[in-house]
Design a protein around this ligand. Structure first.
Ligand SMILES: *Cc1c(COP(=O)(O)O)cnc(C)c1O
Length: 386
């Protein structure tokens, strides 16, 4: 059976060139970068190079990069780090209702510790309005944390405008850019962010490595205390395999970003237009203009997303549903609910996210499978009459 992967926003395979590049790190390049002898010095060079490569892709300086274990760790470090460091100045944080759990659940945790969090609403396209951010700022606001690209819908948020507002108001600004890196150009200086989180496994590096951009001069609390690694900002012996891979992946992805984006736009358009042509009662979720080139989120009326996911999986097609399965019951996506999409349409939403491994044949195969699968599921629905 064909195996087609349309879930690149969940994770990506390690790029073949990246996997090849890091092989020696399992063997001869085993040193600890903190060691002063030959084994340490040898590996230190690779560590420095990786910082340059990650910094290069987001237009930061290498020393502004802190390697982490994940995007989630970066989110935690940024938000808790600011919250703890600034607790005497204020305890108010502004975020949005459509953030990844790596941000939302940190904010909820801080609420339980006496912090006050404003969750800004979004419009029907999943957009946060910069004026709402401006209005929400108070004397005791210490941090704004708003994502760049939403992982479920692909909507791009007005981070540049929010950055300008934050800077003018002297409030620190963090952005979860895990879905943006490698998919669109990022210039952290032009966007006026103070902190930004990234993850390796969303850009063809392995799982277990990430990066936090920390603007020069920024002084926030550490999340992990111990040794002096990462210039004293994140303790623990460096994950050299992950770090070297992340660096290499950033270099490759950066070199090919324009060409790859054109390909993604083409494949996404072909897939989206094909589905809309062949299947009726489909709702497009997200911003039709300001969006990632690879992500499609659609609600298929009278179809349960989980059933569709399973039926597509039986045909070798991997997609994800908009809802998270928790304790046996499926909850509708908090992102789609925040966009005021009716609950039953949230339960019918699936995400197709494309990536480097996808071809036109993949898209055409999916287009040959999806209409029949959707029709069969609708025939089983007691509410569908046709
Ligand atoms: C995947 C993802 C994360 C979490 O990154 P991990 O490295 O898996 O912890 C955070 N934010 C967004 C928007 C994501 O898509």
């Amino acid at each position: 059976m064909k195996r087609i992967y349309f879930d690149y926003n969940a994770t990506t395979p390690v790029h073949a060139e990246v996997a090849n590049f890091v092989k020696p790190f399992f063997h001869e390049l085993f040193g600890n970068p903190s060691s002063l002898h030959w084994a340490g010095r040898e590996i230190r060079g690779y560590y420095d190079k990786a910082k340059e490569q990650v910094a290069g892709l987001i237009k930061a300086e290498p020393h502004e990069i802190v390697f982490t274990s994940s995007g989630t760790e970066g989110d935690n470090h940024a938000i808790k780090g600011v919250a703890y460091a600034k607790r005497d100045q204020g305890k108010h944080i502004i975020t949005s209702t459509i953030e990844h759990p790596g941000v939302l659940n940190v904010c909820k945790y801080l609420e339980s510790k006496g912090y006050d969090v404003t969750y800004l609403p979004v419009d029907g396209n999943g957009q946060v309005h910069p004026e709402d951010v401006k209005r929400a700022i108070r004397k005791d606001t210490i941090l704004i944390t708003i994502m760049y690209a939403n992982n479920e819908t692909g909507t791009l948020l007005p981070v540049r405008e929010i950055g300008e507002i934050a800077r003018a108001s002297d409030v620190l600004f963090h952005s979860d850019m895990v879905q943006a890196i490698g998919k669109i150009d990022i210039d952290v200086k032009a966007l006026s962010v103070d902190l930004a989180s990234f993850s390796g496994h969303k850009v063809y590096a392995p799982k277990g490595v990430g990066a936090l951009y920390m603007r020069e001069g920024l002084d926030i609390d550490n999340l992990i205390h111990g040794g002096h690694q990462e210039e004293g900002r994140r303790a623990g012996t460096e994950n050299m395999i992950g770090i070297a891979a992340f660096g290499k992946a950033c270099e490759i992805v950066g070199d090919e970003i324009e060409e790859e984006n054109r390909r993604m736009e083409y494949l996404r358009k072909r897939l989206l237009e094909g589905i809309l042509r062949k299947v009726d009662l489909v709702r497009f979720n997200g911003d039709p203009v300001n969006r990632l080139p690879n992500t499609i989120n659609l609600s298929f009326e009278f179809v349960e997303a989980e059933s569709l996911l399973i039926a597509l999986d039986l045909n070798g097609i991997a997609v994800s549903s908009g809802s998270a399965c928790s304790s046996g019951s499926t909850e509708p996506s908090h992102v789609l609910l925040a966009m005021d999409i009716p609950a039953e349409l949230c339960q019918s939403a699936i995400r197709l996210s494309l990536g480097r491994g996808n071809t036109e044949e993949d898209v055409d195969y999916a287009l040959s499978v999806i209409p029949g699968v959707v029709d069969r599921l609708r025939q089983m629905s007691p509410f569908y009459k046709k």
